[in-house]
Design a protein around this ligand. Structure first.
Ligand code: FE2
Length: 356
C-alpha cells in the first residue's frame, strides 16, 4: 500500500467523528474566512464534498503555492447561497459530486468560463463543459450488482436487460428522484431516444421487488438480506462497504454481490463525475484556477480518486487496488454535457412511468 492509500484509509477510520463534527465545521469555516491572507493569497472554496475527502489535498496545495484555502462544506444550499449573495459573494471555487448539480449551477449562472491548457490536457473533453464552466475531477460508474447466490451474471449484459420480464420482482433501486437515477436515464435518452428510454423506465419499474427506497448501500443490503437479487449502484460504494471498519456488517453486504459493468459491447457503462467550477464573481479567480489545475494533476488525481474509491479523470493515473479489482471497463463516451441536457426529460419519463 503506498503512502497516499495509507492516508486515505486512515482518514476513513476518522470519518464518523468528522461527520459528527459536521455542524461545527460549518460554523468554524465562516470564522476562518476572516483570517489574514497568506503570502500567496487565498481561495474561498464552497464544497459539496466532505472535508475529510479533500482537506489533505488542499493542505498540500497550500504547502506548494502559499495559497491558503478557506473551505465551507455545505451538503445542500450552496447554489441558493450563491444566488442570494450575487456579486457580494465570497466563493471562488465550487466543488460538487454530480453532473446534475454542476448543471444547476450553470443554469443559475453562478459559474464563469475558464480557459486553461493544463485542465484541457489533463481532463478528457467529455468530462468538462465545452465553454469551460465546469471540469470533472473524478468519475464513478453506475453499475449493476447481483446476488452471487441467486443470479447468473451471464444473463445480464446491459441496462436494457433489467427490463426483461424474467427479472420481475427481483430488481431494487433507490428513488428515481435522485440525481444518480436521473443521469442514468438521461444517458439512455441520448443513446436510444425518448421512446426506448420511456420503455426502460416502465420496464424496470415493472420488475421492482419493492417501492424505490434507501440509498445505494441500502440496495446492496437488500440483496444480502434476500429481498432483491439485482440493483443499480455507484461503484465507490462497493469500496466504501468493503473497507468499512465503523460498520463491519457492510463488508458482508459487499461480499454478497458481484459487479456487472453494463453495455460493455455497445455504448459502454454510464459514468458520472465529481467536479468543480469557478464562481462567477470570484475575487481570487487565478488562485481558483490554480487549485483546479492542481486537483487535475497526477498527485491529487491519485489521492482524490483513492480517497473515495473513484476513478481519476486523468489517464495513466494509478487506481486504488480495490477499484482495480472490479476490473477495467468501457465507459460511455457521450459528453456529460449532452447527458445533463436530457435530465429534465428523464424526470418526466420517470413520472409518466409511475416510477417513484
Ligand atoms: Fe454518492
Amino acid at each position: 500500500m503506498n503512502g497516499i492509500l495509507k492516508i486515505a484509509n486512515s482518514m476513513k477510520q476518522g470519518k464518523a467523528c468528522r461527520l459528527a463534527a459536521g455542524a461545527a465545521i460549518l460554523t468554524v469555516a465562516l470564522a476562518g474566512l476572516a483570517e489574514p491572507a497568506a503570502a500567496g493569497g487565498e481561495v474561498n472554496l464552497y464544497s459539496y464534498r466532505q472535508e475529510f475527502l479533500i482537506r489533505p489535498m488542499l493542505d498540500k496545495f497550500t504547502g506548494e503555492t502559499g495559497i491558503r484555502v478557506n473551505i465551507q462544506f455545505v451538503k445542500g444550499g450552496i447554489l441558493k447561497r450563491m444566488q442570494e449573495e450575487g456579486e457580494a459573494g465570497i466563493a471562488d471555487l465550487v466543488l460538487t459530486a454530480d453532473i446534475a448539480t454542476l448543471s444547476q449551477h450553470v443554469e443559475a449562472d453562478t459559474f464563469q468560463p475558464v480557459t486553461s491548457p493544463v485542465l484541457e490536457a489533463n481532463i478528457p473533453a467529455r468530462y468538462r463543459d465545452p465553454e469551460g464552466l465546469w471540469f470533472g475531477l473524478t468519475t464513478r460508474a453506475r453499475v449493476i450488482v447481483y446476488s452471487k447466490e441467486r443470479v447468473n451474471p451471464a444473463e445480464i449484459k446491459t441496462y436494457e436487460d433489467l427490463t426483461d420480464p424474467k427479472w420481475a420482482g427481483q430488481v431494487c433501486t433507490r428513488s428515481s428522484g435522485h440525481v444518480y437515477m436521473k443521469s442514468l436515464l438521461a444517458s439512455i435518452i441520448v443513446a436510444k431516444g425518448e421512446e426506448i428510454a420511456q420503455g426502460w423506465a416502465k420496464g424496470v419499474k415493472d420488475n421492482l421487488a419493492r417501492k424505490p427506497q434507501g440509498n445505494d448501500r441500502a440496495q446492496v443490503k437488500a440483496i444480502w438480506q434476500g429481498e432483491c437479487d439485482i440493483a443499480l449502484i455507484n461503484t465507490y460504494y462497493i469500496g466504501a462497504m468493503q473497507f468499512n471498519e465503523a460498520e463491519p456488517e457492510q463488508k458482508e453486504w459487499a461480499a454478497a454481490i458481484g459487479v456487472i459493468f453494463p453495455n460493455r459491447d455497445d455504448r459502454g457503462t454510464h459514468v458520472n463525475i465529481s467536479g468543480g467550477g469557478v464562481a462567477k464573481y470570484a475575487s481570487n479567480r487565478d488562485n481558483a484556477v490554480r487549485l483546479l489545475e492542481f486537483l487535475s494533476d497526477d498527485w491529487a488525481q491519485e489521492y482524490y480518486a483513492a480517497s473515495n474509491f473513484e476513478y481519476p479523470v486523468k489517464s495513466g493515473v494509478k487506481w486504488h487496488p480495490a477499484v482495480e479489482s472490479w476490473g477495467r471497463f468501457h465507459a460511455d463516451e457521450t459528453p456529460l454535457a449532452e447527458i445533463a441536457k436530457q435530465v429534465p426529460l428523464a424526470i418526466k419519463l420517470y413520472d409518466r412511468a409511475g416510477y417513484r
